[in-house]
Design a protein. Structure first.
Length: 193
């Protein structure tokens, strides 16, 4: 009987120590430098357009625009598409001019430093977006009938870099389940005695 109580106590301690000692490595709101290993960088930047309307920013034009923004940042290429771990989304809104589009791009650690530099440069040279959009359009025949809006200005980018969230491996989750089952079995034996 004493052995069962000691074994039960040790199993409970082991499960508790394992569970409380787990650290995913994820840090919320990290201020890491863009390009640091194990991080991803989010770049948010608003571009204004002097032609077109918010209603135009759907379907193929929206996709082309997101790819063009990725091309400016160096996270998307006409030959390979999106670099691993990179993406872009966008939302159109009304503005004093025709309309504005806010791009939210995610850059992997390997592309983040350059993407940050290019986003900073875009704020003073919006023509880079037009050049990229023309290149994307020329590389894809599905975009041939699209009329590109005229980019008139780009705001300064907001850049946030944070640790990439890690996940618990299947083996770790399984070992915790096995330990919990062992504790339950020992508790059942203890009750029976």
């Amino acid at each position: 009987m004493k052995f069962s109580v000691i074994a039960l106590a040790l199993c409970v301690a082991a499960v508790s120590a394992y569970s409380s000692g787990y650290n995913s490595g994820y840090t919320s709101g990290s201020s890491a430098t863009p390009g640091t290993a194990g991080t991803q960088t989010t770049i948010v930047q608003k571009l204004s357009f002097s032609s077109g309307t918010t209603a135009d920013w759907t379907g193929s034009l929206k996709t082309l625009g997101e790819q063009a923004y990725g091309k400016v940042l160096g996270t998307w290429t006409t030959s390979a598409g999106w670099a691993t771990g990179c993406s872009c989304s966008s939302v159109a809104s009304t503005s004093r001019r025709a309309y504005a589009v806010t791009f939210t791009a995610v850059a992997s650690a390997s592309t983040a430093a350059n993407a940050n530099t290019q986003a900073t440069a875009l704020a003073s040279n919006v023509a880079a977006f037009t050049t990229a959009a023309n290149a994307v359009k020329a590389a894809n025949t599905a975009y041939s009938s699209i009329t590109l809006p005229t980019a008139s200005s780009a705001a300064a980018a907001t850049v946030t870099t944070a640790a990439v969230p890690s996940t618990v491996s299947g083996a770790a989750a399984l070992s915790t389940s096995i330990m919990a089952m062992a504790v339950a079995a020992l508790a059942a034996l203890q009750v029976r005695q």
